[in-house]
Design a protein around this ligand. Structure first.
Ligand code: ADP
Ligand code: GN1
Ligand code: MG
Length: 362
């Protein structure tokens, strides 16, 4: 009841209504609390932003309102449907795009109709469609003025910093879990040098810095129920200057995996070459003329890096007592760590195969 009251109270700041007709929790994301609400016959998304993670939620909302306004104008220019092809923020009754009360920091979006987010590519071609959507989005952002963006999470894809965070968590051993994670810890310690492959190249200019999405999981793109195409890129919380390799890599990490992110049976976990190829074809098709030689050279390292980094983040969180990623059972962050580590081993072992796939599309 308290949950319903809190949701109703938050929605009242954005809309006038008597009662909410339907409330449905959407458990997809690991960070924010997301609900679909039906009000006055129309669906909306209400999100309570995780302000432990996003320490400057106002800056974050400024990022999202400027990016969505930019996208909206481009979509209108191209005769598209702005209510389905980009996120649309609702204004609260004080004119701001967010509402804060004693229960939290909220935002509301129009619900994108007749489209679905998937945790796994259920149909042939679906992953490739997500690649095209993220590729188009990346191209669109090339024209976006990066100077208006605040860094919503500092050092988000700074892998050496993530490595150091892991070392700190090992040292502190807050949850008393270090002893049971010896193999996983050793795996990451052995890859210290690799962690700086992308950051070094961004720092000395061998790789260009672009405005990137930074969280390109398959469930962060909506797939049109009728046409099957990637209609809208969502979850814009981490749009920041970064590398194209992050967006390619994070998509592969999640969407080209044969199994769920928390699969316990590691014999089922590997990187699927056919899915890798589908993504590479879609993404590189969109990036033609933009991607540099060095980016092409490092693309597979991007996939390894994002998987390595994400696994280190899951392990760090496990060692710290599960305070960052939402977990649904004890040990889920360790299960997640193990799938990521298994994927890294596979992508390292079959490097020639995956790099060969990339070569076909450039
Ligand atoms: P998190 O940051 O926690 O991952 P997301 O912004 O990705 O949160 O939202 C979680 C889920 O909610 C998405 O995977 C999607 O299923 C759904 N969702 C989010 N925004 C919308 C929207 N505007 N229309 C329809 N569904 C949405
Ligand atoms: C989180 O919010 P969501 O679930 O789309 C995380 C990503 C991780 C991902 C792992 C802000 O993404 O960085 O790669 O979980 N987002 C944030 O599944 O930390
Ligand atoms: Mg998400």
């Amino acid at each position: 009841m308290e949950r319903i009251n809190n949701i109703t109270k938050a929605c009242k700041a954005f809309l006038e209504f008597d009662t909410i007709e339907e409330i449905e929790n959407i458990p997809n994301g690991h960070i924010n609390a997301t609900d679909r609400v039906k009000i006055n016959g129309r669906n909306y998304i209400l999100q309570r932003i995780n302000t432990t993670i996003f320490k400057d939620p106002v800056g974050l909302m400024n990022n999202i309102s400027s990016v969505t306004e930019f996208c909206r104008n481009k979509i209108i220019e191209a005769n598209g449907d702005p209510d389905r092809e980009t996120l649309t923020l609702l204004k609260a009754n004080d004119g701001k795009f967010y509402h804060e009360n004693e229960n939290g920091f909220y935002r509301m979006y129009l619900f994108i109709t007749d489209a679905t987010c998937y945790n796994k590519a259920e149909k042939a071609g679906m992953f490739g469609e997500s690649a095209k959507a993220f590729g188009r989005f990346q191209n669109l952002l090339a024209e976006f003025d990066a100077t208006v963006l605040t860094e919503s999470i500092k050092d988000f894809h700074n892998t050496p910093v993530r490595f150091q965070n892991l070392l700190n968590a090992i040292e502190a051993d807050k949850a008393g879990r270090v002893a049971e994670c010896k193999d996983e810890i050793d795996f990451y310690l052995a890859r210290k040098e690799f962690c700086s492959v992308i950051t070094d190249r961004l720092a000395d200019g061998r790789l260009p810095t672009r405005v990137t999405h930074n969280d390109t999981k398959l469930n962060n793109v909506m797939i049109d129920d009728v046409t099957g195409s990637g209609i809208c890129v969502i979850d814009l919380d981490t749009i920041m200057p970064g590398s194209m390799l992050y967006d390619f890599g994070d998509s592969i990490r999640f969407g080209a995996s044969s199994a769920a992110e928390d699969e316990k049976d590691l014999s089922k976990v590997y990187c699927v070459p056919e899915l890798y190829e589908e993504y590479a074809a879609g993404f590189l098709g969109e990036m033609k003329g933009t991607i540099t030689e060095e980016e092409v050279k490092q693309l597979h390292n991007g996939a390894i890096m994002m998987t390595l980094e994400c696994g280190m983040r899951f392990l760090t969180d496990y060692l710290e007592g599960d305070t960052y990623f939402r977990t649904h059972y004890e040990g889920q962050n360790l299960d997640r760590t193990r799938t990521q580590l298994t994927l890294v081993k596979d992508m390292e072992a079959r490097r020639d195969l995956f790099e060969g796939i990339i070569k076909k599309y450039i």
